[in-house]
Design a binder for this molecule. Structure first.
Ligand code: FES
Length: 155
């Protein structure tokens, strides 16, 4: 378990790589998310302080981009492609089916911490649309029914 002190120390190490120019906001948030897997409130606060912005400014920019998460990911991470090839072959229906089944929208994690759901632009597997990734396994040619079955098989 990471303590608040550990978290602050690791975040400060990341912050030190960037000067205080506001142009660093997105790269800094990306770097932190890569490190923590999400943008913790402490991270947003330290970034705001480092770049001399308000926390509202940082949240305002971060929430504009679908890539940023504000909650820790679940034990299982489900990503559903909404890139063009997948979208035209029903990626939206797969996403809706999963979203209904587990009761969360993309960007959220189920209250039991078991599953998080994300929409992704393109996995580079466009020959197999629509594509869904469960943890590190890529599944192609999904249908709402097939995707629901995959979810049922998750612990
Ligand atoms: S558009 Fe879905 S994998 Fe490329």
């Amino acid at each position: 378990m990471t303590t608040t002190e550990d978290l602050t120390t690791s975040l400060r190490t990341i912050l030190e790589k960037y000067d205080t120019s506001r142009d660093n906001l997105i790269p800094l948030l990306q770097d932190i998310q890569e490190h923590l897997d999400y943008l913790a409130p402490e991270a947003v606060s330290l970034v705001a302080e480092h770049l001399d912005l308000s926390e509202n400014d940082v949240y305002g920019v971060a929430t504009f981009y679908a890539q940023f998460r504000f909650h820790p990911p679940g034990r299982h991470r489900i990503k559903i492609c909404q890139g063009t090839a997948c979208h035209v072959r029903g990626g939206g229906m797969v996403l809706d089916a999963i979203s209904r089944k587990i009761g969360i929208v993309p960007g959220e994690t189920t209250p039991d911490g078991n599953i998080s759901l994300e929409r992704v632009a393109c996995f580079g597997s466009c020959a197999l649309p629509p594509v869904m990734v469960v943890d590190d396994t890529v599944y192609g040619r999904m249908t709402p029914r097939k995707s629901e079955k995959l979810i049922e098989d998750l612990e």
